[in-house]
Ligand binder design. Structure first.
Ligand SMILES: [Zn+2]
Length: 227
């Protein structure tokens, strides 16, 4: 190595350390600094030593972070499995309610009433709700919609019934066989028949709509879908 090469290497070294910032005191090396290249002119620490110490500290923190992350994930997993168990329990209840509502008519409405009580109870749950609770809300909403529409239908039939009976007896009781005409005649009153048809169709449609919504809900539940 001749002098020229040595000078070049020295210049390269200078350039490399020029503007170097000390990791300990943050002093930025100036080209005018006379301290040895390997040390910080301000605090005197060896760059390599200071950097190694910083790296060690970072590794230590990194390990700590990893340990904490694993702990956090473990906690989460515990929580998740608990929550998943709750979801499964709620799912089986929601499923039972759908089935009981659907076949409620076959058992004289007893299972229907029980299942609606269950749906109301779970819908009013005050704790942390999961997606299955949208099904309890759906069951309650469907119940009220069907009840309101069936109520409207029955009301129309009732109005026709009262009006036609009143009309049948508006001149008081007739004599002899006329009474039979009055007693049964209102059934054939055109107004009553219209009310019966319209109200009846509304009641039936409310019932069918309700069953369709229960099937819809049941199928969504089977697919793990919210409603
Ligand atoms: Zn320094």
């Amino acid at each position: 190595m001749n002098d020229k090469q040595a000078a070049e290497i020295s210049d390269e070294l200078k350039l490399e350390f020029d503007g170097k910032t000390c990791v300990k005191c943050n002093y930025k090396r100036q080209s005018t600094d006379n301290a040895p290249e390997w040390a910080c002119p301000s605090c005197g620490v060896a760059y390599v030593k200071a950097e190694a110490a910083i790296k060690e500290e970072q590794d230590r923190l990194g390990l700590q972070n990893r340990i904490e992350r694993v702990k956090f994930m473990e906690e989460n997993e515990k929580f998740d499995s608990k929550e998943q168990a709750q979801v499964e329990a709620d799912k089986s209840i929601a499923k039972q309610i759908y089935i009981l509502i659907f076949f409620g008519g076959l058992t004289g409405g007893i299972t229907f009433l029980i299942s609606m009580a269950m749906a109301f109870k779970h819908n009013n749950f005050q704790g942390k709700k999961n997606w299955v609770h949208s099904h309890f809300a759906w069951q309650v909403k469907a119940f009220w919609d069907a009840t309101i529409w069936a109520g409207v239908g029955f009301l129309i039939v009732l109005v026709g019934l009262i009006s036609s009976i009143k009309n049948s007896f508006k001149d008081g009781l007739g004599s002899g066989y006329e009474v039979y005409g009055q007693l049964f005649g209102w059934m054939f009153d055109p107004f009553f028949m219209k009310c019966l048809a319209v109200g009846g169709v509304i009641v039936v449609m409310a019932g069918v709509w309700h069953l369709v919504r229960m099937i819809q809900g049941y199928r969504a539940l089977q697919r793990d879908e919210t409603l």
